[in-house]
Design a protein around this ligand. Structure first.
Ligand code: ADP
Ligand code: MG
Length: 372
């Protein structure tokens, strides 16, 4: 086990011209010994590049990397004592499960008896001990992925790197394997860095989440903090399902004008905003903080899609507008017995304590101010 520390890690691809360059820039964080951290962000944001740089499969163009107290920035991958599991868990098809598990140990010249002991131990841990004689082709996707994890664990690396390891599994298996991974980490306690574009995986697995976008860190924090106090609009809309609603509003000093509807601005919030008439803001409100109401309410909408989910109903609605201007969509939840139909017009109340205000240009969270 070891800490992993990145200091200003940068990896640029392509030309040195700033506008043409892609990759990652100025990535700095430290994963304490034994913790489980998740790097999350949309496809192409640089997650794999960060992980591959830690593994030594990419070389940083700037910055320093430490594993434990060793500086490993220029060290070849095989000397770093990390194990990486990919989305495409390439098992050796002609080898049995046991041989696959043993492979990394053989390479490391672990003796036969120790090898055998460790394989049995890891196979039990992952509940694949009855499959040791099978070939990968005789296993389900979930079983194959467990063998891939087992092969990495058996090596007892200092650091465990996982790049979207569950993406190829179907939904149910993904949920099961996710829970298993969490339990496994609690038992084994190896410092783990896990990459995913799936915010549910990030929220459920992480001690700390690192949100990436366009090659840069957006925010680092524990799941609940990031969910409750997103630093900007990108994070606010990325974490949570269905995502936070965003409404573009013009502020007139006392109220927000949204497509012809006036939403009074609470006094506490007025004090925080610049009294510039005509200033545009993005308002954010999570679906769970909108409620259907019988009387006037805060926002008038027309129901456009009704999605029953069993315990609750997910409803999508268009904000009613006076003009034919671009109308905003909102998602909210209601109870199945509230029986909404497409085309119904109704009112929603909004929990102002849960309202976010973002800078419309930069996306930065202006309100609530970070109470961290
Ligand atoms: P993610 O894993 O978050 O989807 P990646 O780390 O794979 O993102 O990629 C980040 C960015 O760097 C993308 O724009 C991608 O096209 C670019 N990139 C990644 N690897 C290379 C490479 N070997 N050569 C050139 N560009 C690359
Ligand atoms: Mg990737």
């Amino acid at each position: 086990m070891a800490t992993v520390r990145l200091e200003g890690i940068t990896r640029q691809f392509g030309s040195a011209v700033a506008t043409a360059a892609t990759g990652i820039a100025d990535i700095t964080f430290e994963v304490p010994d034994g913790q489980f951290w998740v790097l999350v962000g949309p496809s192409g944001c640089g997650k794999s590049t960060v992980l591959r740089t830690i593994a030594g499969l990419e070389v940083a163009t700037a910055g320093e990397l430490y594993i434990g107290d060793r500086r490993v920035t220029q060290m070849p991958a095989r000397q770093r004592d990390v194990a990486m599991v990919f989305q495409n868990y390439a098992l050796y098809p002609h080898m049995s499960v046991a041989e696959n598990l043993a492979f990394g140990l053989q390479m490391r010249r672990v003796n036969a008896q120790q090898r055998q002991e460790r394989i049995v131990e890891v196979a039990k841990l992952l509940a694949i001990d009855r499959l040791l004689d099978r070939k990968p082709g005789q296993l389900s996707g979930g079983q194959q992925q467990r063998v891939a994890l087992g092969r990495a664990i058996a090596r007892q690396p200092q650091v465990f790197l996982l790049d979207e390891p569950l993406s190829n599994l179907d939904a149910q298996l993904r949920d099961e394997t996710r829970a298993e991974l969490k339990r496994l980490h609690q038992q084994v306690g190896i410092t783990t860095i896990y990459v995913t574009h799936d915010q549910v995986e990030a929220m459920t697995l992480a001690d700390q989440i690192v949100v990436l976008n366009q090659g840069r860190i957006q925010q680092i924090g524990d799941p609940q903090t990031i969910y409750a106090h997103p630093a900007n609009r990108m994070i606010a809309t990325f974490l949570g399902s269905p995502p936070m609603n965003i409404l573009t509003a013009t502020y007139d000093g006392t109220a927000f004008q949204i497509n012809g509807q006036a939403l009074p601005c609470p006094e506490a919030l007025q004090a925080k905003l610049q009294p510039i008439t005509g200033q545009t803001y993005d308002l954010g409100i999570r679906p769970e903080h909108l409620q259907l109401c019988a009387d006037a309410g805060d926002l008038k909408v027309e129901i456009s899609v009704v999605e029953p989910l069993g315990r609750e109903v997910l409803v999508r609605a268009r904000l009613l507008t006076e003009s034919s201007s671009r109308s905003s969509e909102l998602a909210f939840q209601c109870r199945p017995d509230q029986r909404l139909c497409v085309g119904d017009r109704c009112s929603l109340t909004l929990d102002f304590n849960q309202l976010f205000v973002f800078d419309a240009t930069t996306g930065k969270t202006l309100y609530p101010l970070n109470q961290l």
